[in-house]
Design a protein around this ligand. Structure first.
Ligand code: ATP
Length: 250
């Protein structure tokens, strides 16, 4: 990705500035909903509390999530405007490693935004030379229990998948996907969000850090085994405790 920003890479807030810059570019391309920057700001605040690092509980959740994706019969990666803006390359690389499709699925669905996001993903796919199926352009199914355009999806994608990664998902859709019997993996810096609570596995960590970790683990260790003793509620409690600990340490 071309990231020409004025900030020096040695700047202590470089990673944060880079992510903001990616969102600015995506906004200009018409990829983002009006509320996208608010959602990002909320994430930044939680990341500050976390110390902008991957905690051991987040790493345990990352490994469990990767194991479930690797062992899934029909895994799928869902991508929205913010995810495409912040970590398109990493999503494509992970999809290639897992040999699974990506589906564009956005909350505020308009033709213009879908086209802008699909064009961005397909351009990055071409530049990276990756062979990944990108779905979402031709929805022919609906997620049961949701109303309006945000329920639209593809039968061979979101409808039929058994394990789904939905980074930065909203609570309603997360709940609807869980109700369909899928293993739903959420990445969300807010351990208190409805999505974080409702998901099967929640990684409380910054999106690009999680995807970079998943790619490195898959390349170094191959196929993982899910932990039979994995405890979703405990992992969320540990994430919150890390934030409180960081806060009280001052
Ligand atoms: P819910 O409906 O699940 O209660 P919400 O209304 O906060 O949550 P959104 O407005 O869709 O849902 O917010 C998206 C979530 O993504 C926020 O909780 C925010 O903390 C998180 N988030 C934003 N940017 C990032 C990022 N880069 N990495 C991880 N999480 C992020």
């Amino acid at each position: 990705m071309v990231d020409e920003i004025a900030a020096d890479p040695s700047h202590p807030r470089y990673a944060s500035l880079l992510m903001r810059h990616r969102l600015e570019i995506a906004a200009k391309k018409g990829m983002l909903a009006d509320s996208a920057l608010i959602a990002h700001g909320r994430g930044e605040a939680f990341d500050y509390l976390l110390g902008e690092r991957t905690t051991s509980s987040a790493m345990a959740a990352t490994r469990q999530a990767l194991a479930c994706l690797q062992r899934g019969k029909k895994p799928l990666l869902s991508i929205n405007g913010n995810v495409a803006a912040l970590a398109c390359d990493e999503m494509l690389k992970l999809a290639e490693i897992l040999r699974c499709p990506i589906e564009v699925n956005i909350f505020y669905r308009t033709e213009r935004r879908m086209e802008a996001i699909l064009a961005h993903i397909n351009e990055r796919k071409r530049v990276l030379g990756l062979d990944v199926t990108v779905l979402g352009e031709h929805p022919d199914a609906r997620i049961p229990g949701l109303k309006g355009p945000r329920a639209s999806c593809e039968k061979r994608g979101i409808l039929d998948c058994d394990v789904i990664l939905v980074p930065l998902e909203d609570g309603d859709r997360c709940e609807a996907l869980v109700a369909m019997g899928k293993t739903v993996i959420v990445i969300d810096l807010n351990p208190l969000s409805r999505s974080s609570k409702k998901a099967s596995i929640t990684v409380v960590d910054e999106l690009s850090r999680v995807l970079t970790n998943m790619i490195a683990i898959a390349e170094e260790e191959g196929v993982l085994a899910p932990s039979p003793t994995y405890d979703h509620d405990k992992i969320l409690a540990q994430a919150l405790a890390s934030m409180m600990g960081n806060f009280t340490e001052g």
